[in-house]
Design a protein around this ligand. Structure first.
Ligand code: AMP
Length: 283
C-alpha cells in the first residue's frame, strides 16, 4: 500500500492507472477506521481492481461549535488497518494542500440538502459536496462507495454526480451495526458505557417502525411521534428529529402508500453526543 499526501501526486498516479485501463474505486473517510469503513473497502474491491482510500477530516463540513479539533486521528492504526484490508493507495492530505490560502470555490446542492442534517448543521453539505468533488477530481475513480449510514449525504452525492455529469458510479453500502444495534461510528468513542447502551434506542426505533408499518398502520407521522417518545423516555437521551422521508427528494412523508419504500431518519443525543441513524421501511 502506498501512502500519498500530495493531491498532485495522487492525480498523476490515478491518471496513469486509467491509461493502463485499471478500474479505480474510491472510499472516502475521515479516518478512525472501523468495520463500517472496511465493509466499504470490501465492496469497492468487488468491482474495482484498484482501491484508493482517502482519509481527510474536512474542516469545511464542521461548524464552529462542532468536534473538528477533537475528532480522533489515529493515523498509524488507520494505515495498518487499510493495508491489512488490501487498500492499494491511502490518500491522506493535509488541510493546507486541499484548501490553500487563496481557496475560494464551493459546491452547493439545494433541495435534498435543505432539511434534517442540512437544517441542524448549516453549511455541512456545502462542505461535503465540495470535498467530494475535489476528491473525485484528485482520485479520478470509476466507482465510489458510500455508506447508507449517512443517507442524506448519499442522496446529496447522487444529485451532485448526476447534476454535474460526473462519470462515476455510486455504490451504496449497508449499515454495519454493533451487537446492540447501534450503528458503528468513529464518534461512538465519545460515548460512556451507559450512553452507548442507551443509544441502542435508535435501532429499537427503526425496528418499532418496521413492526408498526407491517401492522398496516400508514400514519407515518404518528409512528415517528411514538419513536420520539421512546427516545425521550430513555435515560440520558434526547430526540433531535425523527421523520419518514421520500428516498430521493428527502421530503417528509406523513402517510404511507402501500408497496412504496420510505426512509426513516433519526437523530438524537445520548448524553452530549449527537448520533444519526436510518432505516428503509417498505409499506
Ligand atoms: P466518515 O468517516 O464517518 O465520514 O464515513 C466515511 C464513509 O463510511 C461514509 O460513506 C459513511 O457513510 C460510511 N460509514 C460510516 N459508518 C458506517 C457504518 N456503520 N456502516 C457502513 N458505512 C459506514
Amino acid at each position: 500500500m502506498q501512502i500519498i499526501t500530495e493531491p498532485g501526486q495522487m492525480q498523476t498516479i490515478a491518471e496513469k492507472l486509467r491509461l493502463n485501463r485499471q478500474c479505480i474505486g474510491v472510499v472516502m473517510t475521515m479516518g478512525a477506521l472501523h468495520e463500517g469503513h472496511l465493509s466499504l473497502v470490501k465492496l469497492a474491491q468487488k468491482t474495482a481492481g484498484i482501491v484508493i482510500l482517502t482519509i481527510f477530516v474536512n474542516p469545511s463540513q464542521f461548524a464552529e461549535h462542532e468536534d473538528l479539533h477533537k475528532y480522533p486521528r489515529p493515523f498509524e492504526n488507520d494505515a495498518a488497518l487499510a493495508k491489512a484490508a488490501g487498500v492499494d493507495f491511502l490518500f491522506a492530505p493535509e488541510a493546507e494542500s486541499i484548501y490553500p490560502e487563496n481557496y475560494q470555490t464551493t459546491v452547493t446542492c439545494s433541495a435534498v440538502a435543505k432539511r434534517f442534517e442540512g437544517e441542524m448543521r448549516p453549511d455541512h453539505f456545502k462542505g461535503v459536496a465540495t470535498i467530494v468533488t475535489k476528491l473525485f477530481n484528485i482520485t479520478k475513480p470509476h466507482i465510489a462507495v458510500f455508506g447508507e449510514k449517512d443517507a442524506q449525504q448519499l442522496a446529496v452525492i447522487r444529485r451532485l454526480v448526476e447534476d454535474l455529469n460526473m462519470p462515476i458510479k455510486i455504490v451504496e453500502a449497508p449499515i454495519v451495526r454493533e451487537k446492540n444495534g447501534l450503528a458503528v461510528s468513529s464518534r461512538n468513542i465519545y460515548l460512556s458505557i451507559q450512553e452507548r447502551d442507551a443509544a441502542a434506542i435508535l435501532y429499537k426505533g427503526i425496528c418499532h417502525a418496521k413492526m408498526r408499518v407491517a401492522e398496516e398502520d400508514n400514519n407515518l407521522q404518528n409512528i415517528a411521534q411514538e419513536i420520539e417518545e421512546m427516545i425521550n423516555a430513555t435515560p440520558g437521551c434526547r430526540s433531535d428529529y425523527v421523520s419518514f422521508v421520500d428516498e430521493t427528494r428527502f421530503e417528509p412523508v406523513e402517510t404511507a402508500e402501500k408497496g412504496r419504500e420510505y426512509r426513516l431518519l433519526l437523530a438524537m443525543y445520548s448524553g452530549t453526543v449527537r448520533l444519526i441513524d436510518n432505516g428503509k421501511i417498505r409499506a
